[in-house]
Design a binder for this molecule. Sequence first.
Ligand code: 9GP
Length: 839
Amino acid sequence: QTLPNSSETVTEVRVEDDRTGLSVETLKRAFADNLFYIQGKFPQIASKNDFYMALAYTVRDRLLRRWLNTAETYSRNASRTVAYLSAEFLMGPQLGNNLINLGIYDQVNQAMQELGLDLRELLEEEEEPGLGNGGLGRLAACYLDSLATLEIPSLGYGIRYEFGIFDQDIKDGWQVEITDKWLSAGNPWELPRPEWSVEVKLGGHTEKRADEHGNFKIYWVPNQVVKGIPYDTPILGYKTNTANTLRLWKAEAVESFDFYAFDSGDYLGAVHQKTVSENISKVLYPNDNSAQGKELRLAQQIFFVSCSLKDMMRIMEQQKVPLEQFPEKFVIQLNDTHPSVAIPELMRLLVDEYDMPWEKAWGITKQSFAYTNHTLLPEALERWPIGLFGKMLPRHLEIIYEINKRFLDEVRMKFPDDTDRLRRMSLIDESGERYVRMAFLACVGSYSINGVAALHTELLKKDVLHDFYEMYPEKFNNKTNGVTPRRFMVLSNPRLCRLLNSKIGDEWIKNLYELKKLEAFVEDPEFRRQWREMKLEIKQDVADYIKKTTDIDVNVNSMFDIQAKRFHEYKRQHLNVLHIITLYNRIKANPDIDITPRTFLFGGKAAPGYYIAKLIIKLINSVGDIVNRDPDVRDRLKVVFLKDFNVKFAQRIYPSADLSEQISTAGKEASGTGNMKFALNGAITIGTLDGANVEIREEVGAENFFLFGLTTEEVYALKKEGYQPWEYYQKDPELKLAIDRIASGFFSHGDPKLFKPLVDHLLGNDQYMLLADYRSYIDTQDRVSEAYRDIDRWVRMSILNVARMGKFSSDRSIRDYCEDFWKVQPVNIELKEYVQATA
Ligand code: 9GP
């Protein structure tokens, strides 16, 4: 071969094909090689984990070429990049997803078979990185998948928690938390990049001093410095060459030992600093939808945003992009308020460290950030006590005061003589103990503010952020959430995929609106038969799993009625329990009653400190103990709590649902994404007009959705007029009996005290209005039971649900973000051969 612009002839040497080849033979050889050279094992003594690791490295090798090509292309073009800042990334297992996205699932399956191994068992072996609590972290993971699939340059930035979300065990019906040691067997998917480590300052005080030119400047004198080390994970798009990066920061001490203390004999003191620093990335706060006003949590937030901003500046420097062009090079998406301390941190970097005038720095900052709000719950809106904030971030507090001063001037200008508005909108809450209001800071420092479902965005505008909407109407927009069909259909539901592909091809995997084509087959009885058979097979798998893990027998012909999500009072798992008890009471009153058999499945974790949520878990298990054993029930009802709901488990459970419970109090669930995952797998929803349920119902049609309950307006109105749960209890004999049974100790071995706190909540103020919605819920559930008896009608509904869910792909969400305000273009990645030339 002749080199371009040269007459020299060279020999071409390809990098060993074992690292890139996709044939079954090559995969087998590469796998054996990795088992030998990386795991240091021969097959006879290798553990399942060794096999898993060998396969993971085999797959990672195939990602690396795409990853490096992508990085090289972005670097060469200095492409505009989305920086997605999130305290949580709930990635789920990597191996299966990478096989799907590389398009080599079948080859690898065959290769493993030929080696006498079972791919499914190896997939089971993976410890998933559970670096998130629930919907918020999983959304971030779905968005990374879509960004890569749509070939959008992007970086996910977060924290590499040593311990992710706890593993849940159930002992005597109670949740028990177990530390999640996800890293203990090693993580083959990440690469540490110590050369890009950065330092982050904490604590101390500020001083005003003259610099070398005699100009007065503010200096921050910290009392602690920690080092952030980036760990990179490739995020491959579906059947593209794009492999973006998830960059998670691990905290370490700047010096492992304080040598002075060490020399003076204070060994423990010397190690102390190391421990304090490492604590920052030690553990994920296991709270969903509630803010934790803890010092360590604030340290986590400043730690990862400061590391990330400095990393972006390093990239700009390397690509020779001037700092003034920060907003052209990066758009920083704030995933909830957790990273919003990035706003004063960017100001500090520009003003203090790069000597930029305030106005210029503020211009850059305001154009760089976009904020997504994910909650309407007041307790989840973060605020930091001034004392705590100032102690850890004294310079940031000064900057926030300055931002606030200038902001309130703007408010005064737009709304003269409205002092109450100033008080309401101030970044500092002065109504009692003083707090920094992080959501307000995010609103002021961002050029875009979005909610995550149409109703949620409307409620932000009308209520939670109403003043900010009046101040900056142009900033507000909606971006309804979506989920990735790669993980939640292709990987998790191969049977459904095969059936879909046989009818409409596989275009839907990249363009979910293609599912619409299924509608043409809904009148085909053979297709409906296949659909029904498929569902039964899936349910059988889950039934086997339930038998294996809980020893409970469930009937696959019964309706699988599933509620799987975090435990929270607003999500109302206990309303579901009231329905179960109602059915049980009907059977007790009339054992021969004709009832549609149901299997109630629950899954989900409660925050360790959230007593009532944990009591609801105990109630489910206690009701299950009675119902499952009572001979009068004759197996027509089964109640199963499936422990340790995580991404891996979710993938198993969503496909098996007949009925999806989305029953939060209207106006409380920002969007929900479980609702989408269930419907995409053919479950029919019973739900309130809350979050994205509203849009799901619009898409699938009111006739294919079981609606019940108060609307948001009705909830507000009823609260205003003085809601009396007691009246509902008195008026409705079925409701009264259900609650009385709980209160009497019927489900707690005669102990009336056990569930008293729960009963008191319900009959006291019933904040989430279960009693008001009970009758409508029960009547709707009766209609559900009726509908399920006509299984052919049910199958039609199920098919139409899948066919009409195209809107809820995360690809659609990401496209909306890109077009609407990220203004970022896809970049095509060419896969170059890596060629070593030797003369
Ligand atoms: O509670 C919301 C959930 O409704 C939404 O689907 C998810 C992703 O947008 O975010 C959750 N919010 C939080 O976890 C805390 O703000």
